[in-house]
Design a protein around this ligand. Structure first.
Ligand code: HEM
Length: 467
């Protein structure tokens, strides 16, 4: 006999929709997880969601033979731009398999290693900006980290320079992307008749799609007409074949995936184009500034390994404390804090406790799960990189740390993000003394579809190390 899954009282027609904060749905989801426990249900205007947040249930649902990602709601609207590109493809769409198999090696650690000098090119723009503006300049780390992250993925994937550091405002492309993603989210919650009447909004939405699509298509066409001796992701997509079917990617699929790389590592819920990597680096800077002993240990290791020379690929494995800080930051603040999946068949969870129907949509609250005291102990809410050191990370129960998703649909950009963040944070710590503009600042987390530290401002003073 299965147990009833708790659900807040419903209102006719809208169900539980009024309980969800429109700006920060995750705040509501996490609040209800505290109130109702490891599993609960919500009815959002007829769509029923099952939300889970304990390690035990997330671990059980992390199983590709019983559950699979289904693209619904706001993400389904994003398909208006990216179609069956990697992030927004439904599991049964063949283009997902072709792109996945063809691109996996291009996103692997060896291929990403080959992108180090390009990543450095962009990271130096950030370092120089902080150096030249000097110690009195107030830095919004989330903004500058977003510039570097966006420029890096555009340059490494298609050798396209967005030059974000050479302009005050975000590039036109980033603005179009932000507007498009914001509107996609809103469309998911609008009845069709209302949508049809919003002519101006619809025209702007279509214009943004056209602009981005044409840019991607022109980049692909230019490369086809003028091949360059450069082995970037675009080159891989144009010239490789799916090892299973021997098929090439169509030009449309290539354009959709170029746009996907720019979207997948980002969020725009603030109305700005912000990167998941930028969010992660901002949280890292925050935790380092709030934990001077951690900063001292990290800097000691960076200074010992690097001295005053630029970081190289071989150095990454000599910086275990940096890796521990990255892991612990993504545990407490997974910048993509929830993901969705669905049951392949009627099934139960928790050893028969909870019944699920085929197709039920399950939302995994990763941020809450990564603080489950049954895994992380009574100090689960504390920032303590030591819990990720000396084999402790490797000894964690399966799926206890899952900021990059799971299985076949896990993040393809993980090695890319990891290398870029190692490079940037090690270089920042090596070069600068950082300080909070307001030493009493404590984390205000703006939780939307992704999370970021709100209002964090810092200063950077060049150290006297001759780097
Ligand atoms: C998928 C997180 C950076 C490309 C995902 C998923 C997560 C995630 C949780 C799974 C989503 C789901 O199940 O629906 C992150 C985090 C990042 C990051 C935390 C940085 C700290 C990147 C970057 C790229 C990227 C830099 C650039 C190429 C993708 C793609 C997918 C994906 C293409 C879809 C994979 C598929 O379904 O086949 N990411 N990501 N991500 N990510 Fe990332």
């Amino acid at each position: 006999m299965s147990l009833p899954i708790p659900q807040p009282p419903r209102i006719p027609f809208v169900g539980n929709a009024t309980l969800i904060d429109q700006v920060s749905p995750l705040v509501s989801f996490n609040y209800m997880a505290k109130k109702y426990g490891e599993i609960y249900r919500l009815d959002i205007v007829g769509t029923v969601l099952t939300l889970i947040s304990s390690h035990e249930l997330v671990n059980e649902v992390s199983n590709d033979s019983r559950f699979e990602k289904r693209v619904t709601h706001g993400l389904a609207e994003v398909r208006n731009l990216t179609g069956d590109g990697l992030f927004t493809a439904q599991p049964e769409e063949p283009n997902w398999g072709i792109a996945h198999r063809l691109l996996m090696p291009a996103f692997g650690t060896i291929a990403v290693k080959g992108m180090l000098e390009e990543m450095r090119d962009l990271s130096i723009q950030l370092l120089l900006k902080w150096e030249r503006f000097g110690p009195d300049y107030i830095i919004d780390p989330s903004d500058d980290f977003t510039r570097v992250a966006l420029d890096t993925i555009a340059y490494c994937s298609m050798s396209y320079r967005l030059n974000s550091f050479y302009r005050e405002e975000q590039p036109e492309f980033a603005v179009a992307m932000a507007d498009f993603l914001k509107e996609s989210g809103k469309r998911a919650n609008r009845p069709g008749v209302v949508q049809a009447m919003m002519r101006k909004t619809n025209a702007k939405y279509q214009a943004d799609i056209k602009f981005m699509r044409e840019l991607a298509e022109s980049i692909v066409a230019t490369r086809k007409a003028n091949p360059v001796p450069k082995h970037d992701l675009l080159d891989t997509m144009l010239n490789s074949r799916d090892p299973k079917t021997g098929q090439a990617m169509s030009e449309e699929s290539i354009s959709q995936n170029l746009l996907t790389f720019l979207i997948a590592g980002h969020e725009t819920s603030s109305g700005m184009y912000r990167s998941l990597r930028a969010g992660m680096m901002s949280f890292m800077v925050y935790y380092l500034l709030k934990n001077p002993e951690t900063m001292r240990k990290l800097r000691a290791q960076v200074d010992e390994v690097l001295g005053n020379r630029p970081i190289q690929y071989e150095d990454f494995e000599k910086l275990p404390y940096l890796i521990a800080v990255m892991r612990e930051t993504l545990r407490l603040q997974p910048t993509a804090p929830a993901r969705g999946t669905s049951a392949l068949e009627d099934t139960t969870l928790g050893g028969g406790k909870y019944a699920l129907k085929k197709g039920d949509i399950i939302i995994l609250l990763i941020g809450t799960m990564q603080r489950d005291p049954s895994v992380w102990g009574s100090d689960a809410d504390e920032f303590r990189p030591e819990r990720m050191l000396d084999g402790k990370f490797e000894a964690l129960p399966p799926n206890a740390w899952q900021p990059f998703g799971f299985g076949a649909r896990a993040c393809i950009g993980r090695a890319f993000a990891w290398q870029e963040i190692c490079l940037i944070i090690a270089s920042v710590v090596q070069r600068f003394d950082l300080a909070l503009v307001d030493p009493s600042y404590t984390l205000r987390v703006k939780e939307t579809l992704t999370i970021k530290p709100e209002g964090l401002r810092i200063r950077a003073t060049l150290r006297n190390t001759g780097v």
